[in-house]
Design a protein around this ligand. Sequence first.
Ligand SMILES: *Cc1c(COP(=O)(O)O)cnc(C)c1O
Length: 369
Amino acid sequence: MIPVLIPSLPETDAIVPYLRRIDEAHIYSNYGPLTNAFTARLCEFIGAQSGDGPVHAALTSNGTAAIELALRYRGAGRTGRYCVMPSWTFIATAHAAANVGLTPYFTDVDPETLALTPEIAARALRANPGDVAAVIVVSPCGAPIEVGAWETFEAEHGVPVIFDAAAAALNLRHVGAQPLCVSLHATKALGIGEGGAIITRDAAMAAAITAMTGFGFSAGSRVSEMRGGNYRISEYAAAVGLAVFDDLDARIARLREVSLAYVAGFARIGVSMQAGFGRDWLTMTANAIVDARVVATVTAAFDQSGIQWRRWYGSGCHAHPTFATCPHDGLAATDGVAKTAIGVPFFPTIAPEQIAQVCRCAEQALSSC
Ligand SMILES: *Cc1c(COP(=O)(O)O)cnc(C)c1O
């Protein structure tokens, strides 16, 4: 059997030096020294990738909480029931909006980029005049986001945009004021177990959301200045995070190598992958885009050969009972996208022979069609 995903985090020995620092400091949470060091490394890493100046981060307990806090911060004082978002996303996006009192309004995605576009979002605003509180733009499985286009959109329409960049921590090319919410879950490319972050160039936003993660206390005080809760990470999570950064160059090199092996293997048999995957950006999920007429044959062949596969976003959020009554825009392309984006086995330790086996199995299935 080839599993679809084997998460891997730093091993014990790499974490121990940081655990000893916790033993010495007797600080276990509440923005301790390891959390501050991890935040600084995260900002440094993303600032270097984005190449346009310093960025700021508010760490959160997970990616879903990051989306919730970004929505609460940006939506404060706004009216409107709806949160516009693509249906084709991980279900966490819909939960985050619902948890802050908004109703998801599900939209379609572009069948080429698999992402929400400003045109699709503008149509959703026209369909719900005055009733949209926020727009969540999702990075599909980690693909880079066209931040500039969304800055223009927000300036034109006056509706706050936040980014669910949960799987895109390695691919944040442009960081503006609009919050980029990332997940540090074990299954993501920059996984630390559980954790999340809001990345922005707006220092005041990062400071305010950091305060929201600790009951709204402003820095160094015990006076609650704004609504919040407990969304902090512990020093133990930060210890894992620091060990992740110690080995990140090697992990990125390995992810690139296995991604490119897949791109080449599938290209040889005429199957494309998510646009730019491996070449331009890295993630922990590899999606083959399989023609709708043959996808059932290919997945059946995977099943027969013990090759695990997954539709990472299922059939879209609207197909889940919890959100089945939410309004949507007709979702013309969503079914096709959901059917044809097939997650294949992918993880840093996958062997070239396993990748070859997946591609061979797909090739045989295609030749039988
Ligand atoms: C993983 C993921 C989330 C949720 O992140 P957690 O850290 O698991 O809460 C949200 N949106 C998308 C698109 C994701 O892939």
